[in-house]
Ligand binder design. Sequence first.
Ligand code: SAM
Length: 246
Amino acid sequence: MCNENQNNVDFGYKSIKKSDKQKLVNNVFNSVARKYDLMNDITSFGIHRLWKNDLINWLAPQNTQNLADIAGGTGDVAHKFLNAGGNSAHIFDINKEMIQVGKEKYKNFHNLEWTVASAENIPALDNSFERATMSFGLRNITNRSKSLQEVYRILKPGGRFLCLEFSHMENGLLNRFYDYWSFKIMPLIGDKITGNKEAYKYLVESIRKFPTQAEVSHMFSEVGFSRVKCRNLSNGIVALHSGWKI
Ligand code: SAM
């Protein structure tokens, strides 16, 4: 797809060598990890919680289901999965700092597991989870197709994957406010709270460079997912993508 030509890949609006992207992404999340949850609340007016609730509602967890939450960060989605009745959740994230923050936050949850690992090489057996999620992770991954193949591999037949990601808005009045907020205000708030304006500039740019809803659906189908569906939330600011392994 768009970010995956031979040698180069997008890092926000920059085109960089594929081999450099993960290090730069890790720098972003290392520097914001301790303020990541707070920044999510401020920059989305708390709406990221509603989007994650929508993901969980669509997933409809059951007590027979074990979740792999890929690029799970500080554990929000995994925690919501357990609260909604899921059996256990295993968070995989490449960033130790993000995982550390999550472990502290959810230290009383004993059916949460945490592993530092890349989505491109998930340390889990084939066919081992009933459900998988990825929330605001795919955009940051260098080889997105490889990570989707990995999610497909670790799901059991009959398993389902839901991916929540920033996407492309349907036309509307909100567009101009959204552009102003994300390009002008978010980097300033990022600077004030995390001391890293560049990190939030990257996040905003990476959203604009991310494939469209139709392109992501196509990527799902290409790696083998069936019954691929997409729902726009908040006028397409984010999209929920669903696929099944049959
Ligand atoms: N899922 C969490 C949420 O919704 O709040 C965290 C999302 S955060 C925007 C993106 C996460 O992707 C970070 O925790 C980052 O460390 C992780 N990440 C980036 N590249 C990754 C990779 N190759 N494999 C696994 N995780 C990765």
